[in-house]
Design a protein around this ligand. Structure first.
Ligand code: ATR
Length: 269
């Protein structure tokens, strides 16, 4: 039995064990996947112990994605860009490889919903770790332009500067947002507090889509705002399942079928 886990703190609420168990079941794959609460001051030690006990790979969630980034022996290019790792893979050479699958997860979920990215005008709200992790895969789709807007404008400007070599990207405050967008992605944690970033009313182009990286039983305040203005709305549950699928692929070399797993999760939200 190959062993995997998700590290977090807290981690009890994680849906990853159920998702990966479902992926494994699809092919009768014999794996074990557990949730481990790592100590806040010794993430590297938790990974080393897991490996010593036969662990082959792990997912990493809040607040350890940067710790995971720093302990890796080798990194994917997208993880290097993101400055964060959500997937650890133990190589046959004993070295630890780190990847981040959040961005591919977002892009796959958007495509699954029929959202056109190439040539689109994209607005991303927020400039924290969650947003940094998805910019490279979004820019790889060659949007017409991508604006990052954040409460703290300087953070969005700095973030945009870090990715400027990859495509048309600018950053600024919410007050600098003007014009119409085909896709608005909320990557702030404002939804958690039930807050809505201050957005101009005429932001959404006809047929626009709005995506919130958060999810819940009810649409977030951002998604309700967008739906009232005619946008097609999508929450982040599909991104969660798609990033898990990409991690599973890194470990097992097989792409799981995400649709039935997502459907089941949706029913029990
Ligand atoms: P994460 O890893 O989830 O991205 P983070 O790095 O702490 O977490 O970033 C949180 C993001 O949500 C930031 O962009 C933050 O804006 P600031 O950089 O100005 O702090 C944004 N955010 C959090 N609460 C918000 C709120 N109530 N309104 C608007 N933006 C908010």
């Amino acid at each position: 039995t190959d062993r995997y886990c998700v590290f977090g703190h807290p981690v009890g609420h994680s849906k990853s064990p159920a998702i990966h168990a479902a992926f494994a079941d699809q092919a009768g794959d014999d794996i074990e996947y557990v949730a481990i609460e790592a100590p806040l001051d010794d993430f590297a030690g938790a990974w080393r112990r897991f490996v010593a006990e036969g662990g082959r790979g792990a997912n990493v969630t809040v607040p350890f994605k940067e710790d995971a980034f720093h302990l890796c022996d080798t990194l994917s290019e997208r993880a290097r860009r993101a400055g964060a790792v959500n997937t650890l893979v133990l190589g046959s050479n004993g070295l630890t490889y780190g990847d981040t699958t959040d961005g591919v997860g977002l892009v796959r979920d958007l495509k699954r919903h029929g959202v056109e990215l190439t040539g689109a005008r994209i607005l991303v709200l927020g400039a924290g770790g969650a947003v940094r992790g998805v910019l490279e895969p979004l820019l790889a789709e060659e949007p017409a332009g991508l604006r990052v807007a954040n409460r703290t404008a300087a953070k969005a400007e700095a973030l945009a500067a870090d990715f400027r070599d990859l495509g048309e990207i600018v950053g600024g405050g919410f007050d600098a947002v003007e014009g119409a967008y085909d896709l608005v992605i909320n990557g702030t944690s404002a939804s958690l507090a039930g807050d809505l970033p201050p957005l101009p009313d005429n932001l959404l182009a006809p047929d626009a889509s709005a995506y919130d990286m958060m999810y819940g039983a009810e649409p977030t305040v951002f998604l309700r705002w967008a739906a009232e203005r005619g946008a097609h709305i999508v929450d982040g549950l599909g991104m969660l399942v798609e990033q898990a699928a990409e991690s599973f692929f890194q470990w097992r070399g097989r792409h799981p079928d995400t649709a039935p797993v997502l459907e089941k999760l949706r029913q029990v939200l």
